[in-house]
Design a protein around this ligand. Sequence first.
Ligand code: GLN
Length: 537
Amino acid sequence: MNNTKYVFVTGGVTSSLGKGIIAASLAKLLQQRGFSVTIQKLDPYINIDPGTLNPYEHGECYVTDDGAETDLDLGHYERYLNIPTSQANNVTTGRIYQSVINKERKGEFLGKTVQVIPHITNEIKRRIQLLGETGDYDIVITEIGGTVGDIESLPYVESVRQMLWEKGEDNAIVIHLTLVPFLAAAGELKTKPTQHSVKMLMQSGVSPDILVCRTEHEISDDIKRKLALFCNVKKEDVIQSIDAETIYDVPNLMLKEGLDKVVLKKFNLSAEKEPELRVWNDFLTKHKNPKSEVEIALIGKYIELQDSYKSITEAFIHAGSSNETKVKIRWVHSESLTTTNFKEKLEGVNGVLVAPGFGDRGIDGKIKAVQYARESKIPFLGICLGMQMSVIEFAKNVVGLKDAFSTEMKKECKNPVINLMESQKDVTDKGGTMRLGAWECMLQKGSNAYNAYQAEKISERHRHRYEFNNDYLEQIEAAGMKATGVNPKTGLVEVVEVTDHPWFVGVQYHPEYKSTVLKPHPLFVDFIKASLKQSKS
Ligand code: GLN
């Protein structure tokens, strides 16, 4: 019999309380106690996935090995747990309705009226249990996006209610994450918003088993007792989650508060083995006690919302710790870089990262940033669009193809060094149609990429439609930019490097998605190492 236990994480009072980080921290503690755990996110919006969402709306779109375009919380899950997520780890209302409607069209409901209850809730429950049914996990944590009380969350809360009833209290529990605000004028922490939010949850028939209370100040025993009394939980089930210096402190804070123990107790599982956090804490110590500092310019067009580059900034934290170096980011808006000011704007940085992106806004600034890094011999990492811009810059300024460009920005350009992939030419739908997910790449021995990975064959995640145009390969290589990583099956160029430069690497894939606390990404580690060297020279 399958004995998977289910933890549901709901949120109340406000959004942005960090449900994803609490879920990931709990999962980490349980994992380090020897349980196999995964985390899933249910998003109540109607988009099929966040792939078509503007980053300003929703932050970064995170991509899994199996090519799912997902919520950025999945990035946290992977960074904490060091195990890959997949399609099944992110479900949206759009996806739920799509499957139900497809079934209806096939006549699978045998003439019945199709309704939110039971048809939509059954599909939600089926999706929740998919991961449990693999038999791979002792515990599945399901984070419900949004806040209780939102109209679009109702079918999810109802599905949770049904699952609690079906599975029984030893097998399914609810953690409600809420805010306990501090009113400066009254000089007090206030419990009322939490009481209201729990009441809202109870109106849907769900009583939380555990309250995790986000707070800026220590929550006293008295307040815990009050929260317990009014919210129908035991005092020991009221867990304080105080603001942390870094999100990577949260597992230790939750350990101190006993969140994992309370969860295990409810499931009648043993909490004898303490979590093994040696590697985690070693990472933290190095992160908090850097011996040096580098400054990296991050060039992008969404920098007003730094969540758009979440995986990149986290990868810098992992790589910084591994180099015992603080990585300071100089956020540079690509639209603010012009022919006259780019030197001054980038002056003094030890490395340049040109970020992924779509469309032509800010493109000239990105090209200028590449030129600056190449000519001043400053370590450079170009990711996806950043790599494509490095090819264009090189073709223009070194090969001498003045009108070199990408057909993404200039359809009729004379020298399309970056071109639409053959497989994309007949694609008209925008959602889920890019080259997505993990693809293999063979690295050239002796290249900077090879030296970083210490491997010839690698696999990395992709999300793009355009590619290096191999018609220009010979010319570009002859001038000193080499294709040092190539897809062995299709010949697509995956990595380019400028040879006459200390460290200049452009990658068509997204290394940032695979950087975790346990395994900082080798390219980021070497990029920071090279930037550190630059800072000392
Ligand atoms: N817009 C480019 C393409 O589609 C790059 C995409 C990206 O940076 N993820 O190929």
